[in-house]
Write a protein that binds this ligand. Structure first.
Ligand code: ZN
Length: 295
């Protein structure tokens, strides 16, 4: 099996930027971490894959956040990704019931509902950049397409797909992002539209064993392109005991002592990866002592 990776390419006429990603293992790891049911897996998987595509457009050291707040039963979807192909994320309600649409497919749009998509880019030096658009469909791929076109004024096409197996694991996941650069001619646009119309399911392409390069060959049929960057993709959290201890501290000394008294320990679960961190009385005393020294 082809492992997960993402590629960023440019046509040699410099009119099109194109990215493709295979994210099957990453989305499968997310499914296992969060124990998501199929509709939640599809929604989270698409958001993670979209996050990887957005994340690979930023410069090194930068990180992006993709935040989808809808009024559907799924709740909020949060994703963080970076240019190194590392992604993490969660959904508000990971175990919603099966929802299918009239075509018999997982109804991500209805699970997400109406709301807003926000992209944050942490540039580490200046104020974080942030752009928001209303959700146009809730299918996430369409919403990202709208985001790029509206918020970043770059005509784009985004395709995202997740195929969930009968045992709840992820059979295939992946996506692509095509962007027209300012010099794109009418001829290029027509050819690209024709190519895009021939692709109806990116997850089916991944399932059939196509690599990201082979997906781009289909999308960029009639053009020559060069792969500029390639990165392995993984579902990876950046939580650790120190970060979670800081989070514990934010509860305040009094609340921490109350929890200790009631439960004998403080347990904090990382939203992004599901990992649970346990702190006993001594740990909490140490955390409080350290905080006092620093203040
Ligand atoms: Zn975590």
């Amino acid at each position: 099996m082809v492992q997960d990776y993402i590629i960023r390419a440019m046509t040699t006429n410099k009119e099109i930027r194109a990215l493709a990603v295979k994210s099957t293992t990453a989305v499968n790891d997310a499914q296992k971490s969060h124990q998501t049911t199929p509709v939640a897996t599809a929604a989270l998987g698409r958001a993670l894959t979209g996050g990887l595509l957005v994340g690979s457009l930023v410069k090194s050291g930068m990180e992006i956040g993709l935040d989808i707040v809808g009024d559907g039963p799924l709740g909020r979807i949060m994703v963080n990704a970076n240019y190194r192909g590392e992604v993490r994320g969660y959904v508000g309600n990971p175990n919603i019931e099966l929802m299918t649409n009239q075509q018999g497919k997982l109804d991500v749009a209805r699970a997400v509902g109406n709301g807003q998509l926000t992209i944050k880019k942490d540039l580490k030096v200046k104020e974080p950049y942030q752009g928001s658009v209303p959700l146009v469909s809730g299918e996430i791929g369409d919403d990202l397409t709208y985001y790029f076109t509206k918020s970043e004024q770059t005509p784009s096409a985004v395709g995202l797909g997740v195929l969930v197996d009968t045992d709840l694991s992820v059979k295939a996941a992946g996506g692509f992002l095509i962007q027209l650069l300012p010099d794109a001619t009418e001829e290029t646009i027509t050819q690209l539209e024709s190519n895009l119309s021939k692709i109806n399911s990116v997850s089916a392409l991944i399932e059939s064993g196509l690599t990201p390069e082979e997906i781009l060959e289909k999308l960029l049929d009639g053009f020559e392109f060069r792969v500029l960057e390639k990165a392995d993709v993984k579902f990876k959290c950046k939580c650790n005991r120190d970060r979670i201890a800081a989070l514990a501290l934010s509860l305040g000394e009094e609340d921490l002592k109350d929890i200790l008294e009631e439960q004998g320990k403080v347990e904090i679960r990382c939203h992004f990866c599901g990992e649970t961190y346990k702190f006993n009385e001594d740990d909490i005393a140490e955390i409080l002592r350290r905080a006092q020294k620093e203040s």
